[in-house]
Design a binder for this molecule. Structure first.
Ligand SMILES: *Cc1c(COP(=O)(O)O)cnc(C)c1O
Length: 381
């Protein structure tokens, strides 16, 4: 079976390929392996393609720093957008990320502290996070795991390492939900991903399996028909897709989401709130409504984790509340995700809501609706 599917592409892509990858064909372009092999790692390659992007672009990153990498596809998307588009800053390193501010730490959620065995984070009673790879096809500059992903371009964990995680899950009967993440699990070849899914599916107490990924956004051609055919054998399987901005919803990304949805995979989105990038009600409204059109249910908005060099990305917590307030009531409830802070130190995700509940007293619940009007509900004891 061919790994190069027919894949729709934006018409500007052929021009982009001719200009920057003159020996490549559209068949190469639509091959995700070709995309990974031809990934962009240097600011020189980047400026060749995008022209001068931003003044503070850094040319060489310190040792052991989160690497710079984007796919040719994502570079072509950026090139379609106006210069200095906010999406540039999500993946392109700037000098600001070298400045460490108070309160910033390498592993803010203390995932290491909640790790009973390598690759597993077991924080909640009934579910675990399984970090199956350190590799991503693009490295988000605000990544909560920036301290561990992409190190020396180290690729996927070995099957032996996975087996220890699988063994832990098999031994702990309270685990009914396994969230496969990393790194990006969809950068694994089909056969390795299938190894994982089949081993997990064989554990009787594992009810649902989830995959966390940004692949539909940065490497959409990875979502081949052979991938979706394989994935749908392991239902109930869900997916959380990381989106940052409505302009990521290209024809290619929409196709990837539709293919996954057609495979019966319930899709959710997760978005990190980022200063100057997506911190406006209108941006989230457009993103979330666009996501629903490709059957992705907005799931979480995260307050940005305080990783080293994240100050320029972080918004005040009130901003997240303002966004929820601007969505709730003004658009479909399905377009309103949960705004959460993943508590520093390992407290887990804590939801925050604007003050719709004013008080509960003397059998009266005083409520405020989305327009700010006050209502009373007759409570019972
Ligand atoms: C986010 C997360 C989960 C999943 O949380 P849900 O709220 O169920 O989506 C599980 N384990 C860890 C460690 C997490 O960070």
């Amino acid at each position: 079976m061919s790994i190069v599917p027919n894949f729709p592409y934006d018409e500007s892509v052929t021009r982009f390929i001719n200009q920057f990858y003159p020996t490549a064909t559209i068949r190469d372009w639509n091959n995700w392996i070709w995309q990974l092999k031809n990934s962009i790692h240097t600011t020189q390659q980047l400026t060749d393609i995008l022209g001068k992007t931003e003044g503070e672009l850094i040319s060489s990153l310190p040792e052991n720093h989160l690497p710079f990498q984007i796919t040719p596809y994502f570079a072509s998307l950026l090139s379609r957008l106006p210069g200095r588009h906010p999406l540039y800053r999500t993946v392109i390193p700037t000098k600001e990320e070298l400045i460490v501010s108070p309160g910033e730490v390498a592993d803010p959620l203390n995932e290491t502290g909640d790790s009973p065995t390598r690759l597993i984070v077991h924080r909640y009673p009934d579910r675990v996070l399984f970090l199956v790879t350190g590799f991503c096809s693009a490295y988000c500059r605000y990544c909560t795991r920036s301290h561990m992903v992409g190190k020396q371009h180290k690729s996927h964990a070995s099957t032996r390492e996975w087996d220890m995680g699988i063994e832990y899950i098999a031994q702990n009967k309270q685990i009914r939900d396994v969230l496969i993440s990393g790194g990006d699990p969809l950068t694994l070849p089909d056969f390795r991903l299938e190894y994982l899914l089949s081993k997990l599916r064989a554990i009787p107490h594992v009810e649902i399996i989830r995959i966390g990924t940004k692949v539909p956004v940065v490497l959409p051609m990875r979502v081949t028909n052979s991938l979706t055919r394989m994935l749908k054998k392991y239902h109930p399987l869900m997916m959380s897709v990381h989106f940052a901005h409505p302009d990521e919803l290209s024809v290619e990304t929409q196709e990837a989401c539709n293919r996954l949805a057609d495979a019966g995979i319930p899709l959710g989105s997760q978005t990190v709130l980022l200063k100057g990038i997506n911190d406006e009600v209108e941006t989230f409204k457009k993103l979330n409504q666009g996501l629903l059109k490709v059957r992705v249910r907005p799931y979480y908005i995260y307050q940005c984790d305080p990783i080293p060099g994240s100050l320029h990305f972080r918004t005040p917590v009130s901003k997240g509340l303002e966004i929820i307030q601007g969505l709730r009531g003004y658009t479909s409830g399905y377009a309103v995700p949960h705004f959460v802070i993943d508590a520093p130190g390992g407290g887990g995700k804590i939801p925050l809501l604007p003050n719709y509940l004013q008080s509960i007293e003397n059998g009266e619940v005083i409520l405020k609706n989305y327009e700010g009007n006050t209502y009373t509900y007759p409570d019972i004891a």
